[in-house]
Design a protein around this ligand. Structure first.
Ligand code: GLA
Length: 586
């Protein structure tokens, strides 16, 4: 039976010192049929281990549900790692940050404000126990001592940047051990004395997260932990992007030099990210340090393997460094094949207003429920109120989370954007229905605003008078069948798209391969291909193309549905040969 242990200076595998050369791939950000390819390419770069977070909210969309199939099949992911002859590190949180919606914490946890998030509070601990028992039930049989690939499990995530509740960390450790985890347990923190002290326990191995000044950071880690292997559990080799900002890239040469310094100092490493993947659907997180900044759909991260799984200059630079510190397989990844360039007419369109009733049901209340209160934890909701105004009036809203398109009798009158701190809008005189189509653009994943409810946050006031009666329709977009049926009878060959509108087109392919959908001539919206939600697009950029993974495509017939919230001058979809993630800083 294999043994993996921590000794005074090293990780030790079956009695021999072992250096972890790991790369992060989040299984939930990659199509499952591409997992094996990405893992294989990690080994070809010179890595011996794959690390993944586990995102609680991806597995447990509601308090009573649990999914572990498809893109949530952690068991399959870990077995593929083993099949490649590699080891695995699992980081189940419960909080993961990771630029993921709500940092991985399920939004439903926050419905009860007395739940003490990320601390030793009985209700939180009870929910975490259920969650960890499920996840660790998958992981435990796959530990190295049981013949599997798992060599390390992490407790919490950068907890020292958030709290100092040692008894919470102790409970997590106990739950983890009781679930049958016997491999060494780690914590990760940014290498600052206070964070390293608050984020760990004496029985857990402290590791660091950083992307530069490796030698100095390792010294800080060593000062805070006199013995044990040194490890950078998140060697940041790139960064994530926000809508409205630039696409982040880092120099391959500088990043490789830093990796070299880290390895020359004898440390183990987990490259964050080796392959970032995509925030498919509505899974992206956001930041808010005074201004709300949602994360884009791509999680390319400027990683060695790009979003489409192709080696970049950083891959080759890292491979060269790794070759200096270990022996490498001779095989090289196959060369990139350019994607086809073609256009698809969107030949049917139907207004969202005419199909909304088929995507959910209205609930009317004397108050303003948040989307969360209606059990809607992502996506869109339509808010509605009847008005009768004899002059222009001003509508005021406590806070819009996160973006509201405002209509009177289905005609647009403006937008309220959280990132602009918009709180009011003029409403024209007249009588009819005031509607607000509200988008949850992604929950904050770091800092104080984690867990806040989405939708319209009251009070709402019109012309000085508080509005009471609102209708709310959470839009269920998990199945597009109602949209499809409405599109069959929708407008034929529309010239342009005036949102909010669903539009549809079909296409076939000479060969099934990855595609890049150019969204630069559209406004803002969401795209599905063959029912698979690619994610959000936005003219604000920087991201200009959406990645379409080959496994969601067919050769003969593909159906594409676009929800355009704003406008597009031409009802056409264009596919291009390569990704365009937008302008960079320099
Ligand atoms: C921290 C977190 C990660 C991720 C990175 C930034 O290190 O632990 O989850 O958010 O920052 O990409």
């Amino acid at each position: 039976m294999d043994r993996f242990e921590i000794e005074d200076d090293d990780f030790v595998l079956n009695g021999e010192p072992f250096r972890i050369l790991s790369g992060a791939i989040h299984y939930f950000r990659v199509h499952p049929d591409q997992w094996a390819d990405r893992i294989h390419k990690a080994r070809l770069m010179g890595l011996n281990t794959i690390e993944t977070y586990v995102s609680w909210n991806f597995h447990a969309e509601t308090p009573d549900s649990w999914t572990q199939s498809g893109r949530a099949d952690l068991d399959r992911f870990l077995r593929l790692i083993q099949a490649e002859g590699m080891y695995a590190i699992v980081r189940p949180g419960p909080y993961i940050c990771a630029e993921w919606d709500n940092g991985g914490l399920p939004a439903w946890l926050f419905a009860n404000p007395t739940v003490g998030i990320r601390r030793d509070e009985p209700q939180f601990i009870a929910a975490v126990t259920t969650y960890l028992n499920r996840v660790l039930g998958i992981v435990a049989p796959l530990q190295i001592g049981n013949g599997g690939p798992v060599i390390l499990v992490q407790v919490e995530n950068e907890y020292g940047a958030y709290g100092d509740d040692a008894s919470y960390l102790r409970k997590l450790t106990d739950i983890t051990r009781s679930a049958g985890i016997t491999v060494p347990l780690t914590t990760v923190d940014q290498p600052q004395d206070d964070m390293l002290a608050n984020g760990s326990l004496p029985e857990l191995l402290k590791t660091g997260s950083f992307g530069s000044r490796a030698v100095e950071r390792l010294e800080t880690l060593r000062k805070n932990q006199p013995t044990g292997p040194l490890m950078c559990s998140e060697f940041w080799d790139g960064w994530f992007d926000h809508w409205g900002a630039h696409h982040h890239t880092t120099s391959a040469g500088e990043s490789a030099a830093e990796l070299d310094a880290l390895l020359s100092a004898g440390a183990s490493v987990n490259i964050y990210m080796f392959h970032g993947g995509t925030n498919f659907g509505f899974t992206n997180g956001a930041n808010d340090k005074g201004v709300y900044q949602p994360i884009v759909t791509s999680y390319d991260y400027d990683a060695p393997l790009d979003e489409a799984g192709q080696p970049t200059a950083k891959y080759w630079a890292f491979r060269e460094v790794l070759a200096r510190h270990s022996s490498l397989p001779a095989e090289l990844p196959a060369a990139r094949v350019p994607a086809p360039d073609f256009s698809v007419p969107l030949d049917r369109a139907v207004s969202l207003f005419s199909v909304a009733d088929r995507l959910g049901s209205w609930s009317w209340s004397d108050g303003l429920p948040s989307m969360d209160e209606l059990g809607q934890y992502s996506g869109f909701a339509l808010y509605s109120h009847e008005i009768d105004l004899d002059r222009v009036a001003v509508l005021e809203i406590g806070e819009v989370r996160d973006r509201a398109y405002v209509f009177v009798n289905d005609s647009p009158i403006g937008v309220l954007a959280r990132d602009h701190h918009d709180r009011s809008i003029s409403v024209p005189a007249g009588r009819g229905t005031l509607s607000l189509l509200v988008e949850d653009q992604g929950r904050v994943d770091y800092g104080d605003r984690i867990g806040e409810p989405k939708g319209l946050i009251g009070p709402t006031v019109l012309d000085g008078v508080r509005l009471q009666r609102w209708g709310v329709l959470p839009l269920d977009l998990r199945s597009l069948a109602p949209v499809d049926a409405a599109l069959d009878a929708g407008a034929d060959h529309p010239r342009s798209l005036s949102g909010p509108v669903f539009a549809r087109g079909h296409f076939s392919l000479a060969a099934v391969q990855d595609l890049f959908l150019d969204t630069s001539s559209w406004g803002k919206g969401v795209v599905w291909i063959n029912g698979f939600c690619l994610g959000r697009y936005w003219s604000r950029g920087p991201q200009r193309t959406l990645y379409v993974p080959a496994p969601v495509l067919n050769r003969d017939r593909n159906e594409m549905v676009v929800l355009e919230l704003e406008s597009a001058a031409c009802a056409e979809a264009r596919f291009v040969t390569e990704a365009n993630l937008g302008h960079t800083e320099f």
